[in-house]
Design a protein around this ligand. Sequence first.
Ligand code: KG4
Ligand code: ZN
Length: 346
Amino acid sequence: MITLGIETSCDETSCAVLEGLHEIRSNVVFSSILKHKPFGGVVPEIASRYCLEQIEVVFRQAIKKAGVKISDLDLIAVTRGPGLIGSLLVGVAFAKALAYRLKIPVIGVNHLEAHLSANFIGRKEPEQYIGLLVSGGHTSLSHHKKGKMKMLGSTVDDAVGEAFDKVAKMMGLGFPGGPVIDRLAKQGNAGAFRFTRPKQDNRYDFSFSGIKTAVLHLIQQELKAKGYPVNRGLADNPVVFDSRFIADMCASFQRACVSWLIEKTSEAARQLKTYAVVVGGGVSANSELRANLNRAAVDRQWELFIPPLALTNDNAAMIARRGAELYRQGHRSKMTLSPDPNLEPG
Ligand code: KG4
Ligand code: ZN
């Protein structure tokens, strides 16, 4: 079975061709991220315009790279949500029109579930696992058993990727913040600043807004010490911070986030006696998170799944995989399929 995956939930426009459940024949990703950089975050209107402009080009490239004909497609899987409504509409409309033209089924996919499914391309899905989702818009822990998902906890405020992006912005490091913090943290001292671990009523919930505010206070102290006026606008001028301060802040912030994520995951694995851990989402590209999860997996004897780097960020191969899985389980979408910007997993 040949599945075309389509992903347009945010700033990426991606199409992929998946053969069966395991063979990626092509996975073309176009990102409009450079167009958003001057604004310090994704501008929805710009994102959707680029999706509209690029979707056909990306689709044709994916077909060509895969070495298939359009008429070879058996199924179309498309991101239904969550995401930006304008971008989602482009993918869903394109998918439905193509499915109608080719007389093949279309299936709407949850973007968050697809991030976890990316791990099962080329690897057998365990019967039972703990899912850790770490993306720009979501952070959650879930328990999966025989295809059924139970949400254990999620962030009560910012997502972890969002915290990386905001902290980077405060220090004038540009957007997106995750990759730059990851890089700079390697030169810093992770013990330079200590952050209080947030406490939640539900032990599996996360919170990242406290650490963001703590970083802001430390930045303001640093500005004061250097005789600069204390206001957020100054963060647009990284020249005022010395490189040691920035590297130490990146390392300390990253260490705290990574250790909280791993502690909660370990707690869930222990409590639920589930020793397969599946990680997904853009932040799973983080080198410290990957290294420490690998270490935890050895210590705690987990079977660990982290996607290869090419599948950590938003891409259509994961959408195709999730769609193909759902199709095999008997799911189909109707031609009335519509995007849902607030779609929840499960
Ligand atoms: O999953 P994703 O591509 O998009 C959403 O569905 O949200 O995740 C994007 C997020 C951004 O917040 C970005 O800063 C973060 O993933 N990210 C990273 C790294 N690479 C991307 N965060 C930490 N370390 C990285 N290396
Ligand atoms: Zn994503």
